[in-house]
Structure formats: structure tokens, C-alpha cells
Design a protein around this ligand. Structure first.
Ligand code: FES
Length: 179
């Protein structure tokens, strides 16, 4: 088989991908490279953990909670913003939670919440500020990645953390022990 033919065999054309339904199974069928799919489909299984109660939260008074891991650096800010937010839960959709480690180089963000603007920051290291009402988007500063947001659910009065969107700074896996 010529080099060109070999390349064609392993090359995933747009047309072939669309014809396969654009699925992981389609990738295996077309490429014959199962490892590629394993990597694509690998997702963390997060603990579902109660981290607070709706009735106990006051607007603009954040709580520091342990999530997602048991590592001392694996902490999140749980805050009721008082206005609806991306990913917000509760009757007003205004309860959100975010990693306390800056996405740039892990600067500690505890104590930097500004209720007036619903932001976390500026980070003490390089001054990045994150908008908690818009999925932790960078408002200003050095970071290029949003602040990882904790996925929340409310059942009755209880608030549960069920996962994290985004990689927490310093971890190769959000559930790993940092070392
Ligand atoms: S570590 Fe936060 S801005 Fe650099």
C-alpha cells in the first residue's frame, strides 16, 4: 500500500464523519482507532455532595465549601448573587459556585468577592477578575480561561454539587489529590 493510500485510510474526512452521524462510534468505524475514542469519552465521575441550604444563604455572603475533592486546595465558593446567573440554581437562579483557585496560575481568590459587581477578584497575583453571573468569564487581567464553575442542583432546601465545568488550576484531573 502506498503512503498516500495509508494516509487516506486513517484520515477522517468531514464527509465521512458526517455520514457516520458524527458519533464516537462513527469515529471508530471510520478511523479504526479505538484509543482516540477512549480519550474523547473519558469523563470524571464526580461525587454528588450536599454543600449548603438555600434558606441559609444571604445575598453576597459567600461560603467556602469543600468540593470536588478532599484535597485542601479543592475548595469552592458558594454564593447567592441576588440576580439570575449562568448556571444558577434556586428559586431565582442566582446561586452559583466556583473554584477558589484562579485559572491563570492558581492565585487564591478567597476573600476577593465583590457583591456590587458579582465578581471574584482581582486575583492577588496578577489581578484577574471573574464574572460570577456569566459562568466565571474573565472581566480583566492575565487569565485566558474562565473560572471553573461547580454544577449545582437544588432538592427541597438542599444544595448539591454534582460536578465541575473546567479544569481546576494545578490538577491534571479535578478529582486527583494535588501533589
Ligand atoms: S494567578 Fe490569578 S491572575 Fe495570575
Amino acid at each position: 500500500m502506498t503512503q498516500e493510500a495509508q494516509n487516506d485510510k486513517f484520515c477522517l474526512s468531514r464527509r465521512a464523519f458526517l455520514l457516520s452521524g458524527g458519533t464516537a462510534a462513527g469515529i471508530v468505524a471510520v478511523t479504526g482507532i479505538p484509543g482516540l475514542v477512549d480519550a474523547a469519552l473519558q469523563t470524571a465521575t464526580y461525587p454528588r455532595r450536599k454543600i449548603g441550604q438555600v434558606s441559609k444563604l444571604k445575598v453576597d455572603v459567600p461560603l467556602v465549601v469543600q468540593y470536588p475533592g478532599k484535597d485542601p486546595n479543592s475548595m469552592a465558593y458558594l454564593v447567592k448573587l441576588g440576580k439570575s446567573a449562568g448556571g444558577g440554581v434556586g428559586p431565582k437562579g442566582d446561586i452559583v459556585a466556583f473554584s477558589t483557585l484562579c485559572s491563570h496560575m492558581g492565585g487564591p481568590l478567597i476573600g476577593t468577592y465583590k457583591g456590587k459587581h458579582k465578581v471574584l477578584g482581582p486575583c492577588p497575583f496578577h489581578l484577574t477578575t471573574f464574572d460570577l453571573s456569566r459562568h466565571g468569564l474573565v472581566v480583566a487581567g492575565q487569565a485566558t480561561e474562565s473560572l471553573p464553575q461547580v454544577r449545582l442542583e437544588v432538592k427541597g432546601d438542599d444544595i448539591y454539587a454534582t460536578g465541575v465545568m473546567g479544569l481546576i488550576y494545578g490538577y491534571h484531573d479535578n478529582l486527583a489529590i494535588q501533589g
